[in-house]
Design a protein around this ligand. Structure first.
Ligand SMILES: Cc1cc2nc3c(=O)[nH]c(=O)nc-3n(C[C@H](O)[C@H](O)[C@H](O)COP(=O)(O)OP(=O)(O)OC[C@H]3O[C@@H](n4cnc5c(N)ncnc54)[C@H](O)[C@@H]3O)c2cc1C
Length: 339
């Protein structure tokens, strides 16, 4: 059942029609619980408040799988403006970017050129830029782009996913590079990735410990208290300097725990997604944690002051069409297999 729900939301996250239309809908389905705002100006206050509580931020201008050069160029321009704002507002904040938003699926050289422009500006402001890791079909290209950029810039890093078999080996090549460690958010084949939670968790702990004993900075990005507690013990026992790592969590998740870790004196960074292109990101969050569906259902049927919405049919229809579209997509897929 858990796998079915996960497949459903991962399927929806890749649905082009819904992703395109969601940009026009504005925030719906409870997305505002996990997406901080529609543009950079609307998230400044959130960042200030977190900074005031000793929490750093990393900003993600949502968007991915862009197939049009003009759209990627526009995304790059927005990222450049975000860097200006971080600098001029003196925010304790760096940037997270997705290469498929910046042209990875269009042309490798174009994507590298966009990243060069971003890194040059970020370097001028002494800001770090992290390249999010996307699905496995983009993994080798993402590392290729990273290695090219590392030859020219030192303010760039990426993400490694503990569900991939190859990550442990890749860490050797990445041992001097600042990295974020995550479990992995996409549906990957059993040829390349662990499928069971226990295996993914075991791998996460192993990789985190390796990195903590290593020489470069690591962002330990998880909401999993069991893993965090085990790593806190490891850090204590091995007298690992707190300057060599930080904990990271997503905006809207386990907020109390985020503040507690910062209060305990750990470096803490909140990942803040914003923008109109929220649908894919939001569906992946539902895939990870079906309990988040409660929030969706509340948002679909109830107003802020807990009154049943006047247009439950319209809002309910949005939820129902999501399910129908997914079922249709699944049927088409299985028909293709039979053929
Ligand atoms: C800062 C950040 C950046 C990320 N960047 C990427 C990326 O670039 N590429 C990528 O593939 N993935 C990325 N991810 C997503 C990541 O791969 C996982 O899919 C996601 O973090 C869910 O895994 P988890 O480690 O949080 O633990 P899970 O396995 O989802 O949860 C483990 C346990 O933690 C507890 N828990 C989790 N969430 C909650 C909650 N909200 N409330 C109460 N208890 C909870 C539950 O007991 C649960 O069983 C990122 C995640 C974070 C936090």
């Amino acid at each position: 059942m858990a796998n079915l729900t996960k497949d459903l939301f991962i399927g929806l996250s890749n649905n082009k029609f819904l992703n395109e239309n969601a940009k026009r809908w504005g925030f719906r389905l409870g997305a505002n619980k996990f997406v901080a705002g529609t543009n950079i100006d609307s998230v400044i206050e959130t960042i200030r408040e977190l900074n005031g509580n000793g929490i750093r931020c990393t900003l993600d201008n949502l968007g991915e799988f862009v197939a049009d050069k003009a759209e990627s160029t526009q995304a790059k321009e927005e990222v450049l403006r975000i860097l200006d704002v971080i600098h001029s507002e003196n925010l304790d904040c760096h940037l997270s970017v997705k290469l498929t938003q910046l042209g990875l699926d269009i042309d490798h050289a174009f994507c590298v050129a966009n990243m060069r422009e971003i890194l040059r500006k970020a370097k001028g402001y002494d800001l770090f830029v992290n390249i999010d890791m996307e699905d496995y079909s983009h993994y080798p290209q993402t590392l290729d782009v990273l290695y090219t950029l590392l030859g020219e810039y030192d303010n760039v890093g990426t993400v490694v996913q503990s569900y991939l078999f190859r990550t442990e080996e890749d860490l050797e090549d990445l041992k001097k590079v600042r990295l974020r460690l995550v479990k992995g958010a996409y549906k990957e084949s059993e040829d390349v990735a662990w499928q069971k939670k226990e295996e993914i968790d075991r791998s996460f702990i192993l990789l985190a410990k390796k990195r903590l004993l290593g020489e470069a900075f690591t962002s330990i990005a998880t909401h999993d208290h069991n893993i965090i507690n085990e790593l806190k013990r490891f850090i204590e026992e091995n007298k690992i300097s707190r300057d060599m790592f930080e904990f990271q969590m997503l905006y809207g998740f386990r907020t109390e725990m985020q503040f507690d870790l910062a209060k305990e004196g750990f470096n803490f960074c909140t990942y803040i997604p914003f923008g109109n292109d929220w649908f894919g990101y939001f569906m992946r969050r539902l895939a990870e944690r079906p309990q988040n569906l409660n929030l969706v259902m509340k948002d679909v049927f109830y107003t802020k002051d807990n009154q049943l919405k006047k247009e439950p049919i319209i809002t309910g229809a949005v939820a129902a069409s999501l399910l129908l579209l997914w079922r249709k997509k699944k049927k088409t897929k299985s028909e293709k297999v039979v053929q």
